[in-house]
Every structure is written in C-alpha cells, then in structure tokens.
Design a protein around this ligand. Structure first.
Ligand code: SF4
Ligand code: SF4
Length: 494
C-alpha cells in the first residue's frame, strides 16, 4: 500500500540524506532517563567539572542505565523535564530530571577500545551498561547490572530491526560507508549474548548489498517487505521467527526475543572498539517541509538546534517525533534530544479553510483514502501535510480499517465498544494485539481516532495484566514498578 502516495523504497533512493554533524553548543541538558528504565538522581553537583562520556547519574539498585555527559563542561543546573513512555511515546504526568552542562571550549574523548574477541561476554555486557547503551529494547538490554527486567540467559534471539518502511523516515546508517563497522558491531553482539542467534532484518532491496553478513553462522540476514507496519518489532518477530503467539501481548523477552534498533550495532562498535560511549544521537530529519538529512548531535542538545534552519522558506511546519502514522506532535522544540529519538518528520501546515473540505479528502491530502474524488487519480502523488482535511464524521462501514490492520483486529468495533465502556467486549476484541502502526486512522475516510482509541484500550487492559512497563513517581523521581511476579523473571542466571 502506498502511503502519502509514496513508494517507500523509491523515496529512500531519491532522497538519500546527507549526514550533518551539529555540535556547536553552549549548553546541553542531559535527561536522566532515555529509553527503558527509571529516572535517576544526579551523581554530580552544580559547579562540578565533567568530561564527555563521564557518568553523571547512576543507580545500580533500580532498573536503569547510567546517564552520561555528552560534552565536557561545568554542571550549572538540575532542571525538570517532561518524561515520555519509551514504547507509546505518551507524555508522563511525572517529570524526569535533566542535568544542564555549560559546554567548555576544550572537548576530547579519551576513547580506547578493547580486544573484544578475547573478552568474556559478561565484561562486554558491563561495557554496554557503562556506555549507556542498555536502555534500548522494550525492557532494556539484559546485563549483570539492573538494566532490564530479564537476565542475559533469556536472550535466545537478538533481532536488529533495520527495516525502514515508515514514510519519510530514513536509515540512520550508511551501509555503503559504514558496513565494516556495522558488521563488527553485529559480531560483538553475537559474542555478548553467546547463546543467542542474531537476526538482522533489512528492507527487501537493501538486503541485496548485505549478503556478506550471512556468511556467519551466528548472524542471519532477513528481508522484510516495504510495508509500514514491518518497522514494528512484534510484526518482524512474527514474520521472521513465526512466533504467532506474540499476538497475545506480553514482553518480547518472554519469548526469548531481544529487539534492538538499527543504530545499535554501530553504537556497540564505537563503544567497544573505539571506546566512545553512547553520547551522540543520529536522527532522521525529513518530510515535505524540510531538506532530508541525518543529523548527528550530542544527547541533550535542544531539538530546535538539531532541526536547525532547515524548514523550507515561508513554510509553517509541524514536527512529528517518530513516524507520521504513529508518532507524536513535538510540543516543545526546546526539549533535549534524548537517546531514543530516532526521527523527526516535518509536515507543512495547511493554510486557510477549504470549501467542502470533507468532500475532498483525497488529492493532495494526507489520506490515501479511495473515497470521493481521489479514486479518480489513484496514482497521483499526494502531498502530505498536517491537516485532517475534513472533520470527524460517523462511520460509513467501508471496512478499510480492518482490511489494512496487519494483526487482523477490528479497530472500528473497538472504538464503538470502548466509547460505550463495554469493557468485556473491548477485551474480547483483543486490542493488545495492536502494534501501533496507525494505518487504521490513516485510511479511515470518516477521520475517526481509531489507533489512539485502540492504544488506550490496550493500555487499560495491560494495566490489569502487567503486560507493559508501568511507572510511578516517588521521592527519587520516576521509577519503574516491578511486581513480585515480574521480579521472578530476572532471577535466572547464565
Ligand atoms: S488496530 Fe490500527 S494501529 Fe493497531 S495494528 Fe491494527 S491498523 Fe495498526
Ligand atoms: S475505516 Fe472508518 S469509516 Fe471505514 S469502517 Fe473503519 S471506522 Fe468506519
């Protein structure tokens, strides 16, 4: 299915982004939580001098990953930042702390790598923890530290999700230039989790260049279709490993699967071979309102700075964190770049109102819908913008939302039963199978908030069944709530 009229593979080829490094900053504000784990209390004080890569917040007693200074300088303030759920992207009510550093003109990183081929897996895992890399994944990367709900022995399959099938979102790795480092990164991961099979999943066409990787017994290369939902790890796992029961919800590591983002092997290479911890973030910046590029910037830089001046002339733009189908509107451009911020998509805001807008949600509009006049020109490229193009209307029973749903649930039925608070009915419709692809909302000609409603229903259900990580605020900040039942998972040892 074409989304916004784009051929996703063609878009990647025609709009190949350049890497731009943005690191001339006066201050950075490093969040003490990025990705999975509890928010931490700073281990530095105002006035302290820190080096780039130095640990500035750590707590081995809570499930967390240390926070690192991204640039050298002086600690000048501890601030409160908005916190976001690593899976849903929803904003928390509770705040997380940010450590503000006045950047010094002298910057250096004393990186020195190790001979990883001779290192014990346990030591490699320690290195990942100290390099700030273990907050990736749905429930963190397991180590001997408190970085995950699970123990390292639980990792049977390590799945690196290199599928870029979301509209406008680019690969963060240049596989022609960085292939050797990336390959070594995958090999290090194979040694770090010695009992696991490594699966690297790429877009169907890109995979052609990567056959060399398949020569290793421990690394299998797979390809996935250019369907937007394939960027969701649960869908990949089902396709690659045939784990149909993943539909039932729960953690991926309940099924022995650790899914990590595309950038992880490269970051592993840098941490282990070059001795450079994870203190810089790459972000895909793209969309109709900007020049496509990959931005590399220190963690803690304001998002506004990362975006730069790239909004096209005279364009009023709306920035989306993540994918335009399932991401969230960027509410505060002063917020710092966090470890888990992988893409920003800039859409133009439509100007003025339109005559009979509801009648024409097709041509040039942010809907692929075949309703109305758009059906007359199915191959015409449409321009994505941030407008809804038509108000919410009653369902017309077209059935498209269930047709496009990759996990075969009935979004409209969930919307209806959820509206009427029919809890048993909602649960019977299995909202927990939803992978948050956003396609149902995208195709709905009545503009109904389907994916948001399914997400709410899923969260309400998971509150009862503990399927998702929950957080509570106490005097130490935001902490993950671990039940006795969940604690049992981490007790197995390798
Ligand atoms: S319910 Fe909607 S958001 Fe969820 S998987 Fe189906 S189509 Fe995607
Ligand atoms: S796509 Fe929208 S209008 Fe069509 S059945 Fe689903 S909810 Fe109803």
């Amino acid at each position: 299915m074409k989304i916004f009229g784009l051929d996703l593979q063609q878009y990647e080829t025609e709009n190949k982004p350049n890497l731009r490094v943005r690191d001339e900053l006066e201050t950075v504000t490093v969040p003490t939580k990025g990705g999975y784990g509890s928010s931490l209390s700073p281990s530095v004080e105002i006035g302290d001098r820190v080096e780039a890569g130095e640990i500035i917040a750590r707590n081995d007693d809570s499930i967390s990953t240390p926070a690192l200074a991204s640039l050298a300088g002086e600690i000048i303030e501890i601030v409160e930042l908005d916190g976001y759920h690593e899976e849903t992207g929803d904003k928390f009510d509770a705040k997380v702390q940010g450590i503000k550093i006045k950047v010094s003109p002298e910057q250096s990183i004393k990186g020195s790598g190790i001979e990883w081929e001779k290192e014990k897996p346990k030591n490699l895992r320690e290195l990942l923890y100290l390099a700030g890399l273990t907050s990736f994944g749905q429930t963190g990367v397991p180590t001997e530290f408190n970085s995950s709900l699970f123990s390292p022995a639980k990792v049977e399959h390590l799945l690196v999700n290199g599928v870029r099938t979301e509209p406008f979102v680019h690969h963060l790795v240049d596989f022609s230039e960085e292939f050797a480092s990336y390959k070594t990164g995958l090999e290090i991961l194979a040694r770090t989790f010695p009992k696991s099979q490594i699966h690297f999943v790429m877009d169907e066409k890109t995979q052609e260049n990567l056959k060399e990787l398949s020569s290793s017994q421990r690394i299998k290369v797979h390809s996935a279709k250019n369907e937007s939902y394939m960027s969701k790890s649960k869908m990949l796992a089902r396709k690659i490993l045939g784990r149909e029961k993943l539909d039932e919800g729960g953690y991926l590591l309940d099924h022995g699967l650790l899914a990590l983002p595309e950038i992880f092997p490269l970051a592993t290479y840098r941490a282990v071979v070059e001795g450079v911890p994870y203190i810089r973030r790459r972000i895909s910046l793209s969309g109709p309102a900007t020049e496509d590029s990959i931005i590399e910037t220190p963690i803690g830089a304001p998002v506004k700075y990362a975006i730069g001046e790239d909004v096209k002339d005279n364009v009023d733009a709306l920035t989306i964190k993540g994918s335009p189908l399932s991401g969230q509107k960027l509410e505060d451009s002063e917020m710092p770049v966090s470890k888990d911020m992988g893409s920003l998509v800039q859409l133009t805001k439509p100007q003025g109102s339109q005559f009979l807008a509801w009648l024409q949600p097709g041509l040039r509009k942010n809907s692929y819908t075949n309703a109305f006049f758009s059906a007359l020109a199915p191959h015409k490229k449409k321009v994505a913008d941030s407008g809804l193009h038509g108000e919410e209307r009653p369902c017309v029973y077209c059935g498209w939302c269930s047709d496009v749903c990759p996990v075969d649930i009935l979004p409209f039925q969930i919307l209806k039963t959820h509206e009427h608070e029919m809890i048993d009915e909602v649960n019977r419709l299995q909202p927990q199978r939803c992978v948050d692809c956003g396609l149902c909302s995208y195709v709905c000609p009545s503009k109904l908030p389907l994916s948001d409603t399914v997400k709410s229903a899923k969260q309400e259900q998971s509150d009862e069944s503990h399927n998702y990580v929950k957080y509570e605020e106490n005097e130490k900040g935001l902490i993950s709530v671990i039940t006795e039942e969940e604690k049992g998972r981490g007790e197995e040892s390798e």
